[in-house]
Design a protein around this ligand. Structure first.
Ligand code: ATP
Ligand code: MG
Length: 389
């Protein structure tokens, strides 16, 4: 068996003394992900993670698709391994890329040599293998400037590898290499994207959902569970924390001026998120807020929303347009679920005329009748934890 995946490390290679830590995280993440597909040997060398099947008939298509969702890799290559002689490289390229050769009119060979003790230069390898391929496929011309097919040859320590176009990797940093954060996950379009973006920067995610039963239905909760499930291939396994939010919302409705409903509710979300974060060793709170998108996302509303807490509030979407957010949601596969029509707790008791520029002093006065501490404790005690696999 000589089919293999090469996962090219991205930003990790720029890390200095910490590089080993990032690389080990990546290897652990790749191992965990590949274990779900089949039996593979996973190891790293020369800024590349190798994924080698250990069984006949391993599902390399599934492994290849899975690899493209692992943060920390800039490119994913499916390659054939062979001996490091020009003849073996030629034969491998001829057989492994025969379909590609039947579809194009021109090609070139591009070689890289990380084994510096190898007796031939990269150019010599390319010329020799190119010559042999040109004889084998007389209808396909050599074109070194603008070929339809580039045959990549990599000569590394243990073997040579032959492949055509590398696929784009997920980029970013290995999940878990930059700590953990609580991510506020609603059933909307935005928060699955902000969660994904935080994970892309190496953050382990603790998703938190505020649930206002019976004002929002079981279907709304199922939808959030499904969104979290769709994020698992990117973010890894998670446990969704579902916070009962009904009592808090009813208290706000009964005791606070209507124009401040939303911003007071959001301050509760932030407080509870911080408490969950501290309990789980998380260093930040992630939200899907985007500047100016709605009344509760103006600059002053964002300021008032984060005022009760000390942890940094990360807002990956803050300067993105809806169009850009939707494009990512489609690409990562959450969009279709996000647009299912179930309501969110934010649409329960929405004020007719929300304050778009709330001032902190006014908000503090507006929420003064509430027993904040008690409401937060009560909500924390009622949390339901749902493992997402
Ligand atoms: P989304 O599409 O993510 O629902 P949105 O544009 O509808 O966002 P809001 O409803 O104001 O905006 O919510 C802003 C952010 O607050 C969300 O992106 C999410 O991070 C958080 N949030 C809102 N509702 C909930 C909820 N029920 N549970 C957890 N987090 C929530
Ligand atoms: Mg929403």
């Amino acid at each position: 068996m000589n089919d293999i995946l090469l996962l090219k490390q991205g930003e990790i290679v720029l890390k200095g003394l910490n590089r080993r830590i990032f690389e080990e995280k990546l290897i652990a993440n790749v191992r965990r992900r590949m274990a779900r597909v089949g039996q593979f040997r996973v190891y790293a060398a020369q800024s590349t993670v190798y994924v080698e099947p250990l069984e006949e008939g391993a599902d390399m298509d599934a492994a290849f698709e899975a690899a493209k969702q692992i943060f920390g890799c800039v490119a994913v290559v499916r390659a054939a391994a062979c001996e490091k002689t020009p003849q073996a490289i030629f034969e491998t390229a001829r057989d492994y890329l025969s379909q590609e050769f039947s579809r194009v009119r021109s090609f070139k060979v591009e070689s890289k040599r990380s084994d510096k003790t190898y007796p031939m230069t990269s150019i010599q390898v390319s010329q020799e293998v190119g010559g042999l391929l040109s004889d084998a496929f007389p209808d396909v011309a050599v074109d070194v400037h603008d070929p339809e097919l580039t045959v990549h040859v990599e000569i590394r320590e243990n073997a040579a590898y032959v492949h055509s176009v590398p696929a784009l990797g997920a980029g970013g940093l290995p999940v878990g290499s930059c700590g953990a954060a609580v991510s506020l996950l609603s059933g909307g379009i935005d928060s699955p994207v902000s969660t994904w973006m935080a994970a892309k920067r190496g953050v382990h995610i603790v998703p938190v959902h505020f649930f206002s039963f019976p004002y929002t239905s079981q279907l709304a909760k199922d939808k959030v569970v499904e969104l979290a499930r769709l994020l698992v291939p990117w973010c890894g396994r998670m446990t969704l924390e579902v916070v009962p939010f009904t009592h808090i919302q009813e208290e706000i409705r009964d005791k606070c001026p209507e124009e401040y409903f939303t911003v007071i509710m959001r301050r509760f979300m932030t407080r509870i998120a911080e408490r969950i974060a501290l309990a789980h060793d998380c260093g930040a709170i992630v939200t899907g807020e985007s500047l100016g998108q709605v009344a509760s996302q103006t600059m002053s509303a964002l300021g008032v929303t984060q005022e009760p807490v000390k942890l940094p509030v990360l807002r990956p979407l803050v300067c993105m347009d809806k169009r850009e957010i939707v494009e990512i949601a489609r690409n990562i596969g959450t969009f279709e679920t996000s647009i299912l029509p179930y309501e969110d707790c934010c649409t329960v008791f929405t004020p007719r005329h929300p304050r778009t520029k709330p001032r902190l002093q006014e908000v503090l006065e507006a929420e003064a009748p509430l027993d904040t501490q008690a409401l937060v404790s009560e909500a924390l005690q009622g949390i339901e934890r749902i493992p997402i696999r």
